[in-house]
Every structure is written in C-alpha cells, then in structure tokens.
Write a new protein. Sequence first.
Length: 88
Amino acid sequence: TFNKTGQDSAVHLHLKDKGHSFEDANVHILDREDRWFERGVKEAIYVHCEQPSLNRGGGLRHQLSAIYNPVLRSLPRCLNAHAYPGPS
C-alpha cells in the first residue's frame, strides 16, 4: 500500500509496526468538502486541532498562518463530534 510518492503510507506502516488491523466499518469521515481549496484548508485545521499520531510531518497542501493560532486554540479539541459514517 504505497502512496503516490512510492512510500508506504503512514497508516500502512502503523498497522504493520503495531500489529493493528483496519476495518472499514469503524471508519468515520470527519468532514466533507467538494471544493479542492477549502478541503485543503479544512484538512490543515483538523490536523492542527486534532494532532493525529498518524499524520507525518508535512504533507499538507496548506500551511496555516500563525495569525490563526488564537482562533484555532479556541476550537474544541475534538472537532469530529458530528462525524459522518464511513463506507458501508
């Protein structure tokens, strides 16, 4: 399971290293956005707020300016309270 750069994805490496498994039934989509630019901004906001362990440094299309830090700090840590169900 290589990503488009030819490297193993962070998820694949985590599953392999930790002996975990991945089940589609347990997947939750945090948000939806049809517009490419806005989706990249939302992704950067989620990564900043949630600090997911599987997110390797970099890899984001958008880097948020530090000017947004006060606003981002005021957001709840868990933004996915209303997550969409994953694929069935």
